[in-house]
Design a binder for this molecule. Structure first.
Ligand SMILES: Cc1cc2nc3c(=O)[nH]c(=O)nc-3n(C[C@H](O)[C@H](O)[C@H](O)COP(=O)(O)O)c2cc1C
Length: 346
């Protein structure tokens, strides 16, 4: 049983925070399959969070069943922390996660994400401040650093633990390494050896076999899954069953129907926020088809949501005709064209 501070997770499988992807529509889709121990938001600007509306902001819209939910903060200045933590208490966050790994140039330039690792004293202050303001579990997500440097990584990780971080997730790549590079899962094992708090391995898990190999090489306390979540939303359930022996109902994998469930979830967002999110999801989901690039391209090129949905339906009716019969095209169309049905937590 994975425990983060006093919070017990039923399955040691975590959804990775992903900008543009890990919003309410994807999270509820994952819950339909089960096997996810903890969900996550996208990274949230600690500066903007206090003024965002939970009913309207696509980053904060959430249904009551999306729990436990970690809110990931992107902090660039320690002064942002107190108002951000107050906002997270108001939002009923289950866990507060600190983004210490994002390598995006814009984020680094602003002094956040992986650039913070170059400034351990600033990170120390951020954690100390956050820790003094909340009893919620506090977690951190890191990469391995700018270069492979065991003593620096060890000192950094020990500092995280010393200042009160309750769990560390390690994306097993260096800061500048692309997703094409094989993740260094053994390095997660090193972090695990140094720390007493739980350590989660992240990077490159797309199948039950990957999960088994990652656990074998890292000895991690659990796994965090990113891109495979929009591609194979059923993967958490499979890993939970086959690796952790947890009883999760088997679900039929009907791709057009899964796509339609996701599209229905988009109706929680304001109409102008839906198309971008459908495109982002389709980019990954389309990988399930040998000719999925046709689906991805057709949706990508669509200037309206209705057009995108109709093009996706055309693709499914050609490539997956039998299963497409299960999709209630009109229901989805009506939801997508309708007003927002946000059921944000009060
Ligand atoms: C589109 C996209 C957006 C991401 N956004 C975030 C983010 O907001 N915060 C974060 O810590 N990591 C972010 N990541 C990194 C993922 O959380 C994860 O570490 C990475 O994708 C490796 O895991 P995977 O191989 O399972 O995808 C993002 C990755 C992708 C592909």
């Amino acid at each position: 049983m994975l425990k983060i501070k006093d919070k017990k997770l039923a399955v040691p499988l975590l959804l990775a925070p992903m900008a543009g992807l890990t919003h309410s529509a994807l999270r509820t889709l994952l819950l339909d399959f089960g096997g996810v121990g903890m969900l996550s938001t996208e990274m949230l600007s600690a500066r903007k969070l206090p003024v965002e509306s939970p009913r309207v902001s696509p980053y904060l819209v959430r249904t009551a069943r999306e729990a436990p939910l970690a809110y990931q903060l992107l902090v660039t200045d320690t002064r942002e922390i107190a108002p951000a933590i107050t906002a997270l208490h108001r939002l009923s966050a289950d866990v507060v996660d600190l983004n210490l790994g994002c390598p995006a140039p814009k984020v680094r330039k602003a002094g956040g994400g992986s650039s913070l690792v170059d400034n351990p004293e600033k990170v120390r202050l951020i954690i100390r401040t956050a820790r003094s303001l909340t009893d919620l579990p506090l977690t951190a997500k890191i990469r391995l650093g700018q270069r492979l440097d065991e003593p620096s990584l060890r000192d950094f990780c020990l500092m995280l633990q010393e200042e009160g971080i309750d769990l560390v997730t390690v994306h097993a790549r260096l800061s500048g390494e692309s997703f094409a590079r094989k993740p260094r899962w053994q390095w997660v094992g090193k972090v695990k050896d140094w720390l007493d708090i739980p350590v989660i391995a992240n990077g490159g898990i797309f199948s039950v076999e990957d999960a088994a190999r990652c656990l074998e090489q890292s000895g991690a306390d659990g796994l965090m899954i990113g891109r495979a979540a929009p591609q194979k939303p059923w993967l958490f359930a499979q890993i939970a069953r086959e690796i952790y022996g947890i009883s999760v109902d088997e679900c039929q994998i009907n791709l057009p129907w899964i796509y339609s469930r996701f599209a229905l979830g988009l109706a929680r967002f304001r109409p102008e926020r839906r198309l971008g999110r459908l495109k982002e999801f389709t980019h990954y989901f389309a990988l399930n088809y040998a000719f999925g690039h046709h689906l991805a391209m057709a949706v990508q090129k669509s200037s309206t949501l209705l057009l995108a949905w109709q093009r996706a339906c055309e693709f499914f009716s050609r490539s997956d005709a039998e299963k497409f019969k299960d999709v209630d095209v009109e229901e989805v169309e009506k939801a997508l064209m309708g007003k927002s049905v946000s059921e944000a937590v009060d």
